[in-house]
Write a protein that binds this ligand. Structure first.
Ligand code: URA
Length: 208
């Protein structure tokens, strides 16, 4: 399925504003939502449609409706919350299934501390949202959790990805298509993306 950089002038422009060190919290939040709108548009380009005949102003008219699998947005706490509304703007009927992970400071592996999935998650398409695809461990564990609960249709959206995270997802979940505004250069020694955005959670929630 692979990794897709959504290369569009509006996304490039907004990402440039997001990268500025002194972007205000409110602006950072708004830009994240707008970029997520654009990424969602691209990530849903293959949603199947069914024909339907409705009554229009001049009589019967053939239209199309989205078919089949309902969508669930899966924000990874905490920064994923910042992208949630960006998906919901376009898919208002989507459910929200939150995943909470913390990092084990010895192994550096993510450990689950919270999850709330719809009972019918196996019949839904999940869209994982997390602004920074850094090591890829959190996204991969989230995909593991979804698959363990029977969800077979999974996509992911991030703002910025590192090659290391893309490689990790490709190794563990090559069936998942990932949509990103950028593929950045690399991770630093603290697993932050360069040039990146810094701590996306702090910037979204104003906790710097
Ligand atoms: N998480 C962040 O918030 N920023 C990074 O660069 C990597 C992980």
């Amino acid at each position: 399925m692979g990794f897709h950089v959504v290369d569009h002038p509006l996304i490039r422009h907004k990402l440039g504003l997001l990268r500025e060190v002194d972007t205000a919290t409110s602006k950072f939040r708004a830009l994240t939502r707008e970029i997520t709108n654009l990424l969602t548009y691209e990530a849903t380009h293959d949603m199947p449609l069914v024909p339907e005949c409705i009554t229009g102003w001049a009589g019967p008219v053939q239209v199309e409706r989205l078919q089949g699998k309902k969508v669930v947005v899966v924000p990874i706490l905490r920064a994923g919350i910042g992208m949630m509304q960006g998906v919901l703007d376009l898919i208002p009927s989507a459910r929200v299934n939150v995943v909470g992970l913390y990092r084990n400071e010895t192994t550096f592996e993510p450990v689950e501390y919270y999850k709330k999935f719809n009972p019918d998650i196996m019949d839904r398409t999940a869209i994982i949202v997390d602004p920074m695809l850094a090591t890829g461990h959190s996204m991969a564990v989230t995909a593991d959790m979804l698959k363990q609960n029977g969800c077979a249709s999974i996509k992911a959206i991030c703002l910025v990805a590192a090659p290391e995270g893309v490689a990790e997802m490709n190794r563990r979940h090559s069936d998942i298509a990932i949509y990103s505004a950028s593929l950045d250069d690399r991770l630093n020694e603290n697993a932050y993306i360069l040039p990146g955005l810094g701590d996306a959670g702090d910037r979204l929630f104003g906790t710097r």
